[in-house]
Write a protein that binds this ligand. Structure first.
Ligand code: ADP
Ligand code: MG
Length: 696
């Protein structure tokens, strides 16, 4: 049968229903997918070992004829041992496989085989245990032995041997790949042909050959992404945006009314945003800043200027609690402005306390409300803005791309804006985007950073607390509570079945209440609680009627209780570093010294290292880089947007050199051929890829 790129995987030899289902889990449906399933590493068995010159610990391959082969059961019948003697005319070696009795059925006396593994020595002499093997003639191509052997990302029930066997069949179709990189670029960047690169990336003759081929494929992958983001940036620039003037007096009044002085960074970034919004093209900016660095006022300044220019602002938060808190903060900042809160549960209007949901919606569509705050409820179909000029999304990495898109497109088509126009867009996050991401997947965004904390904040003291010191920590907490401070205790999800971590938080709550802090008021917060109940607990904590709040990760984002000065994190190893950093940011919001205590029962050295690097890290920017290296991007940014990150087939976000190189090539190409009219194949490829990456 002829194999093509489009050939379904089940058509390949030895792929049945079960195997093709398993391969589907790896995203492999056809031959093309398989060929684009790249090795994650190699084992080097290329050294050919001669049986009369062996030494212990050598790694390589031996080649010879089978003298004898049989499977025995160990006396207690727990294990089956296949013993084989191999002869290469210079010597003999013993080979052992455990619990793979079928090997004695496939291999026969007299067969020529190649065996790859590590030479060990036992009382009878040299032996190789559980090696790769294959039947082969001396001058034949080897797949599993006698070479750099690829190791692939796999899944349960799929063996490396199987993948290599299938890859071998699939490679027959490799010449069908279209090489759409322009010859000039290939020449300048010293890139080989695509089909050669794919062949060699699977079966390289040397590690240099692998690296060169991988570079070729990474280049293509990053180049496409750079073209996509670069184009999307250009497309956005070509759109009309509402012109929002800088209202100097109103802005000054607002700044003067604040109970604090803005930090230089807050001032600079506000100014940058105001400058963006005066332009004809829509702003697309990310404001990243440490938890507690004061992003909300920057957002408020932007919203004020929009309102003064006659435009509405939508502010979207990922949770009800956060939306509510923003509403409180923003209505405090603007006591006289019409501001609405809309979530699936709340519907409030600051200037009309009795308004129903229906009335609020009408006031929004009539343009009577300046700032609309809510969760994704504000992008529901039945809500129409009148003249939306600015969209602000808090903690945007928690949103699905679709939601973001929906809000962006809801630009009041029926409102008073007659020109089709795209609102300015500001997203805010306390999980900074590492530089490599900013240069690739997010390069359609302008980025502002607030790196400076408000004056007078003391750095939070962070410690990993050994279990034996737990009582000491509790004593310390009691002392702080007696001085009027408040404490967070975060609990992780422990069992799969306890997907929201409710059980662990509830148990911790009971334990602390009964055994440790019996005379102290303790509250419990988790995602399954009734909305009103949650809100009651939160406001009791805010009002300091509760001293200790035991919570699941729901408290993660944005809750602002300046009086809380100790953050306890149980099972800290179960959280990502960026998430730990978010938790820690719940304290340290006043001039009081704050603490973060991490508990973990893991003895794993790697985990301990990870915890220690968290303790040592200076800020969220450093943590974001660490997290990216340790866990990969999908984990950090949640599954909602992982499409943008996890789809990289071969490039890594650590390929810094290639990332900037490809960016230059992409900009060059688009400068010379903005619509890719002369590069139809590239145009086709990026449209396909943009869809996969959920780009607009
Ligand atoms: P985040 O960046 O995490 O969203 P917030 O905007 O919630 O931070 O601000 C955290 C706290 O710091 C709030 O209580 C806010 O009023 C206060 N704050 C903001 N800017 C300043 C400042 N320049 N000086 C002092 N306190 C500030
Ligand atoms: Mg915030």
């Amino acid at each position: 049968m002829a194999v093509h790129l489009s050939t379904p995987i089940h058509k390949l030899t030895r792929v049945g229903k079960v195997t093709s289902e398993r391969l589907a889990k790896l995203g492999i449906q056809n031959v093309k997918d398989l060929l684009e399933h790249y090795p994650s590493r190699f084992e080097d068995y290329s050294e050919k070992l001669s049986l009369n010159q062996l030494a212990e610990h050598q790694i390589g391959s031996v080649f010879g004829v089978i003298k004898s082969i049989e499977t025995k059961k160990t006396p207690r019948k727990k294990m089956q041992i296949t013993e084989c003697y191999l002869d290469d005319s210079k010597g003999t070696i013993k080979i052992i496989w455990f619990n793979q009795p079928y090997i004695a059925q496939t291999l026969r006396e007299g067969d020529m085989i190649s065996v790859a593994g590590k030479i060990e020595q036992d009382f009878n002499g040299f032996v190789i245990k559980n090696p790769n093997y294959e039947k082969a003639l001396a001058d034949e191509d080897f797949l599993h032995t006698s070479r750099l052997v690829p190791i692939y990302p796999a899944t349960a029930g799929i063996t490396q041997k199987q993948i290599r066997f299938l890859m071998h069949q699939a490679l027959e179709a490799v010449d069908e790949f279209k090489d759409f990189l322009p010859g000039k670029i290939k020449e300048k960047a010293r890139l080989s042909d695509k089909n050669t690169a794919i062949k060699k990336v699977h079966l390289p003759a040397s590690s240099k050959e692998y690296l060169d081929s991988a570079r070729r494929l990474k280049f293509e992958e990053l180049f496409l992404i750079q073209l996509i983001t670069e184009q999307s940036r250009k497309k956005l620039r070509a759109q009309n945006a509402p012109k929002i003037e800088f209202k100097e007096q109103a802005t000054k009044n607002l700044v003067n009314s604040l109970p604090f002085k803005l930090t230089d960074d807050q001032r600079k970034q506000s100014w940058q945003i105001l400058k963006d919004m005066q332009k004809k093209e829509p702003m697309n900016r990310l404001l990243q800043g440490e938890v507690g660095s004061g992003k909300t006022v920057v957002a408020a300044i932007a919203a004020l200027n929009a309102a003064e220019s006659g435009f509405q602002t939508a502010l979207m938060a990922p949770t009800e609690i956060l939306a509510f808190q923003h509403y409180e903060t923003i209505t405090n900042i603007f006591p006289d402005r019409p501001i609405a809160l809309l979530t699936s549960k709340y519907a409030r209007a600051s200037t009309n306390p009795n308004a129903s949901r229906a009335i609020i919606k009408k006031e929004i569509s009539d343009g009577k409300i300046d700032i609309i705050i809510g969760t994704h409820a504000i992008i529901q179909k039945d809500i129409n803005f009148n003249k939306l000029g600015l969209v602000i999304i808090d903690e945007q990495h928690r949103f699905g791309v679709e939601q973001r898109k929906a809000l962006k497109c809801k630009n009041a088509p029926l409102g008073r804006l007659s020109l089709a126009s795209t609102p300015h867009f500001l997203s805010m996050t306390a999980t900074p985007i590492p530089r490599s991401l900013a240069l690739t997947l997010y390069s359609d965004l302008d980025i502002s950073s607030i790196r400076q904390m408000p004056f007078g904040r003391k750095p939070i003291q962070t410690k990993v607390v050994e279990e034996k010191n737990r009582p000491k920590a509790y004593e310390f907490i009691k002392q702080k509570i007696s001085q009027g401070r408040q404490i967070f205790v975060i609990c992780p999800l422990i069992e799969e079945s306890d997907a929201l971590g409710i059980k662990s938080a509830t148990e911790e709550f009971e334990k602390l209440k009964k055994a440790v802090f019996s005379s102290i008021s303790i509250g419990l917060l988790h995602g399954r609680m009734k909305h009103n109940e949650k809100e009651r607990v939160m406001s009791e904590f805010k009002n300091n009627n509760i001293s200790i709040l035991v919570s699941t990760a729901v408290v993660e984002v944005g809750i602002d209780v300046p009086n809380a000065s100790i953050m306890i994190i149980e099972g800290a190893d179960r959280f990502g570093l960026a998430q730990l950093h978010q938790f820690r940011g719940r304290v340290g919001r006043s001039s009081e010294q704050s603490y973060c205590f991490l508990f973990t029962d893991s003895q794993n050295a790697q985990t301990k290292n990870r915890m220690q690097s968290f303790v040592n890290a200076r800020d969220g920017f450093e943590i974001a880089e660490l997290d990216l290296q340790l866990r990969g991007p999908g984990q950090i940014y949640g599954t909602a947007q992982s499409g943008r990150f996890e789809d990289l087939k071969i490039a890594r976000l650590t390929d810094a050199g290639l990332i900037s190189e490809t960016k230059k090539y992409a900009q060059d190409l688009l400068d010379n051929d903005p619509n890719l009219g002369a590069h139809a194949q590239i145009k086709f490829e990026i449209e396909k890829r943009a869809q996969e990456l959920h780009f607009e």
